[in-house]
Design a protein around this ligand. Structure first.
Ligand code: C2E
Ligand code: MG
Ligand code: MG
Ligand code: MG
Length: 280
């Protein structure tokens, strides 16, 4: 009887699996096509110096315009792109598109801003990452000073020693480096001191609950003062309201990013913002 039940369980499990496998294959296939057909696009979200209201940087955020499913956000497909290795050509496309766009805005006479690009763990583990980026910078004509790479704590901590060497290589090229979603990973303070990074980005989850959760408020204060002590820049993510902005500003966090200033928008909309100034 037990055997029979096991058998049934197996059948059930296996048809579930087949659907999953099929879904995956379909998604993987359409992701391949998306790259070929240029169904991927970037939105850009301003990073703001709240003392002056100036845009100091833009974060490039990937979107996929699926022929049937509409626009898909990265949390729904990046993991699969990672698993299948498609993140490598996709990531290169993102870097190239973002660098060319940044250069185009400079050539149109807008004051230079950092262009921040997210890197996934697979990309970061590539031996020739620095070569790829050097080639893209050369192609686009963008000065490396204006490129910032955002890497999560957990990506770095997958192999801290070898990743620190990669970070150093990129930094030596003149690129700046930010730790994304800071506070959610497990990097110890002693590691943090040795990472050749320029910026901490405080994760949105802590920022969101500042007003209602004293622990989160305390964590944010600690991250800001730690950044200052280590002479790192600090950016708060996910700033949605004026009281949040004011709290952060009163704690000497200068740079912020979030819906209060602007949602991620198309390059055309950024151009309009650059022409008219940011209103918030
Ligand atoms: P992230 O790098 O931490 O990016 C910030 C995310 O927070 C973005 O979500 C952005 O739209 C969202 N956000 C910004 N301000 C606010 C706010 O005030 N409130 C709320 N609720 N959300 C806000 P998005 O664009 O869906 O991207 C999600 C994640 O996907 C990113 O998190 C990043 O880890 C990853 N990602 C995005 N683009 C790329 C890419 O080109 N390559 C790789 N490898 N990962 C990417
Ligand atoms: Mg990011
Ligand atoms: Mg983040
Ligand atoms: Mg994130």
């Amino acid at each position: 009887q037990a055997k029979e039940r096991d058998g049934n369980n197996f059948q059930f499990f296996s048809s579930e699996m087949n659907i999953k496998v099929l879904e995956r294959m379909m998604l993987e296939n359409s992701m391949r096509k998306a790259l070929e057909r240029e169904d991927l696009f970037l939105l850009y979200q301003p990073q703001v110096d709240t003392r002056t209201g100036e845009i100091t940087g833009l974060e490039a955020l990937l979107r996929w315009r699926h022929p049937d499913m509409g626009v898909i956000v990265p949390d729904k497909f990046i993991y699969l792109a990672e698993e299948t290795g498609l993140i490598i050509p996709i990531g290169e496309w993102v870097l190239r598109t973002a660098c060319f766009q940044a250069k185009a805005w400079q050539q149109q006479g807008f004051p230079p801003m950092r262009m921040a690009v997210n890197l996934s763990a697979k990309q970061f583990a590539q031996k020739d990452l620095s070569g790829t980026i050097a080639a893209i910078l050369l192609e686009s004509g963008l000065d490396p000073d204006w490129l910032e790479l955002e890497i999560t704590e957990s990506t770095i901590m997958k192999d801290p020693d070898s990743n620190t060497r990669m970070l150093q290589k990129l930094k030596d090229m003149g690129i700046s480096l930010a730790i994304d979603d800071f506070g959610t990973g497990y990097s110890s303070l002693s590691y943090l001191k040795h990472f050749p990074i320029n910026r901490l980005k405080i994760d949105r989850m802590f920022v969101r609950d500042i007003a209602i959760n004293p622990d989160d408020a305390a964590i944010v204060e600690i991250i800001i003062s730690m950044a200052h002590t280590l002479k790192l820049s600090v950016t708060a993510e996910g700033v949605e309201t004026r009281p949040l902005m004011e709290f952060l500003a009163s704690r000497n966090c200068v740079e912020m990013q979030g819906y209060l200033f602007s949602r991620p928008v198309t390059a055309e909309e950024i151009t309009t913002i650059l022409e008219n100034g940011l209103k918030y």
